[in-house]
Write a protein that binds this ligand. Sequence first.
Ligand SMILES: Nc1ncnc2c1ncn2[C@@H]1O[C@H](COP(=O)(O)OP(=O)(O)OP(=O)(O)O)[C@@H](O)[C@H]1O
Length: 279
Amino acid sequence: MNDLAIEVTSLHKQFGEKTALRGIDLQVRRGEMVALLGASGSGKSTLLRHLSGLHVAHRGSVKVLGRELQANGKLSPQVRSLRAEIATIFQQFNLVERLPVMTNVMAGALHRLPLWRTLLRSFPAAERERAHEALCRVGIEACAWQRASTLSGGQQQRAAISRALVQGAKVVLADEPIASLDPSSSRRVMELLAAVNRDVGATVVVSLHQVDYAFAYCPRTVALRGGEVVFDGPTNQLSMERLQSLYGGQIDELFPEPAHARPAPRLPELDAAPLMQAA
Ligand SMILES: Nc1ncnc2c1ncn2[C@@H]1O[C@H](COP(=O)(O)OP(=O)(O)OP(=O)(O)O)[C@@H](O)[C@H]1O
């Protein structure tokens, strides 16, 4: 079996005159948890969107779990089946707001259900149980039958993580999932992503503005600037001097919180209870 969860080769993306990605090469092994770091406009979201096939590059290729997702400007015919293995968590708009949290979470199971069940939103008991377990695991089971729009930002992100658990995703791509959260909700969401990585073995790539959270939760960091990879290595090799040289005048963006609100730069003690295993 191919050891790589993600393989990006010479990826180049242009938006009109603007070059968003300049020949990105990146390999992520199965089971890694990687921070994608960079100041605003560095290309983090654009890269993540290519990894799930939401954007198509002008040149280069993306393989996920050893299978081609896109190459030379075309999505592969396998993209639908591959997307069943990939969960994407965005900063906002993760959920269908008018539907109950439970229905949103069970949507993670749609790829393994027949069409009639999808259309009628008729979920088998085993899937309901799985969704309930996932909601318990992220600690929002009490909100299961509330409309998604009534959840706080942090709860919405936790619901999105439970949907990824129900999906049984092998790759989780999180695009600035903590950008609009307070420090305590941010830590909770990052701990849950770390637990999904540790307990389920899912490969997690999470884009962040804040370097503190990369130190606390991600053993490896890939840093972007101007659509190029400018650092790729162990997060603990990112010294302040190195960050200064990578980000220059944009360094303040990487430390948006006062020092006392930052998480300690170490890997966290995680909950002992295991998460459900990927399907
Ligand atoms: N749909 C689009 N149309 C035109 N330009 C775009 C589009 N999406 C991204 N860009 C440009 O591509 C560059 C990279 O943007 P991207 O959103 O990937 O950066 P980012 O690192 O995720 O930034 P942020 O942290 O602010 O979300 C930026 O210059 C942005 O303006």
